[in-house]
Write a protein that binds this ligand. Structure first.
Ligand code: UDP
Length: 424
């Protein structure tokens, strides 16, 4: 993808500095690099993944006191052959940089389209008397947003409704040339039909991105690969993989219920217990001594796993997840059925979609309790009752495979995106 003078055209990609945002942005970089662009990643130095895994990218450190903003647009101005800035929707300030430099910009949304639609639905229902930022327990369906219930709407840790609505306004008012989404037409059709006319810019749905071009690891924590050797010793589809992503935290009591639910299910499991994921507890090892003795070799516990490789492993037959969008796409892409335990943000929406729209998983609705966990694991992994869920998960994998193959929706959308970047 050459500019004047035969040099590759350069794109600056600006991720939000969290794992669930950095990973898809680096995937996007890998995909666009394979299409002939040079890639610069602008990111706070605190949050650099192992740059040696990405020798083709230039990493542009944002100064530490400007973790979420650019102080000096000239950092980017100096880059030659720059046709466009692509920024995570949470990195609002990149829009001003693009305007300052008179460059086109494109938003990259790392979450699902249905979550974005909720940004339009929430202000509307707020006018009708509902307070969107407060956790609801209501099972009532949200008008014009089925099958979501009020309790599935996103909850943000914000001070008040005004702050929430300001956040919504900022995101929905960003003036860019286009939007890229790590999603797939077939997964979110009904939301997209409602959302697209509101956005008024071209939209490019190119998910699941990790299947469009294999990207190297972008983990901020070190991956413990010993779990792959452990998985190699297990029988096909026997293992439940358990991970709640990079941010969720739990009470010690919940972890204990999880542990005994896993133990009592008698199913092999690979459990990621991230450091800091158990509130008020320095060491998860101390907490779990008894339980470890009881499960022995049937359980493998690591601090961080090479998750995409784990989910693609033939021994894995289920994923107990917090329903982060990346984790969900990674699971659905591999045909792995899910147990959903959402925490915050978009996770309750995604959980509802997994369990009631795509129907490739089940949701743990109540307080985390060992008996319920044991039943959910057995249903998902072995019992006849779970057979249809397992079959739908396998079918969804095939559908997503088609979307990234030649002629598929994401494949075509990527080609359109490349043409668009060159033309804006
Ligand atoms: N992940 C990983 N190893 C782990 C746990 C998570 O590589 O042990 C990755 C996972 O593959 C996904 C990302 O971390 O790409 C988590 O993103 P997600 O959107 O699922 O959740 P978040 O961390 O943003 O809550």
């Amino acid at each position: 993808m050459e500019g004047q003078g035969g040099r590759r055209r350069r794109l600056v990609l600006v991720p939000y500095p969290f794992q669930g945002h950095i990973t898809p942005m680096l995937q996007l970089g890998t995909i666009l690099h394979s299409k002939g662009f040079s890639i610069t990643i602008a990111l706070s130095q605190f949050d650099f993944p192992d740059t040696s895994n990405h020798p083709d990218f230039v990493f542009l450190p944002l100064s530490n006191d400007s973790l979420y903003r650019f102080n000096d647009p000239d950092d980017i101005d100096r880059l030659e052959e720059l046709p466009c800035i692509i920024f995570d929707s949470l990195m609002y300030s990149a829009e001003a940089v693009a305007l300052h430099l008179k460059l086109p910009s494109i938003i990259f949304r790392t979450g699902c389209a249905t979550f974005a639609l909720s940004f339009y639905v929430c202000p509307k229902i707020q006018k009708e008397g509902y307070t969107p930022f407060r956790a609801s327990k209501s099972l009532e369906l949200v008008p014009e947003f089925h099958p979501l219930r009020f309790k599935d709407l996103p909850v943000f840790k914000l001070k008040n409704v005004d702050e929430f609505l300001q956040h919504v306004t900022t995101i929905t008012n960003l003036r860019t040339s286009g939007m890229i989404w790590n999603s797939i037409d077939c997964l979110e059709q009904s939301s997209l039909v409602q959302l697209c006319p509101k956005l008024q810019v071209p939209i490019f749905l190119i998910g699941p991105m990790h299947k469009l071009a294999p990207a190297p690891s972008s983990s901020l924590l070190e991956e413990d690969r010993s779990c792959i050797s452990w998985l190699n010793k297990q029988t096909e589809k026997s293992v439940l993989y358990v991970s709640f992503g990079s941010m969720a935290t739990m009470e010690e009591k919940e972890v204990a219920e999880m542990a005994w639910g896993l133990a009592n299910s008698k199913q092999p499991f690979l459990w990621v217990l991230r450091p800091g994921s158990v509130r008020m507890s320095e060491s998860v090892d101390l907490l779990l001594d008894d339980f470890k003795e009881s499960v022995g070799e049937r359980g493998c516990i690591v601090k961080w796993a090479p998750q995409k490789e784990v989910l693609a492993h033939s021994s894995v037959g289920g994923f107990w997840s917090h329903c982060g969008w990346n984790s969900t796409l990674e699971s659905v892409s591999e045909g792995v059925p899910m147990i959903c335990r959402p925490f915050s943000g978009d996770q309750k929406i995604i959980s509802r979609y997994v369990s009631h729209v795509w129907r490739v998983g089940i949701e743990l609705e109540n307080v985390i309790e060992r008996g319920e966990i044991e039943r959910a694991i057995k249903l998902l992994m072995v019992e006849k009752e779970g057979e249809e869920i397992r079959q739908r998960a396998a079918d969804a994998k095939l559908e997503l495979q088609l979307s990234v193959q030649k002629g598929g929706s994401s494949y075509n959308s990527l080609n359109e995106l490349v043409e668009f970047i060159v033309s804006v």
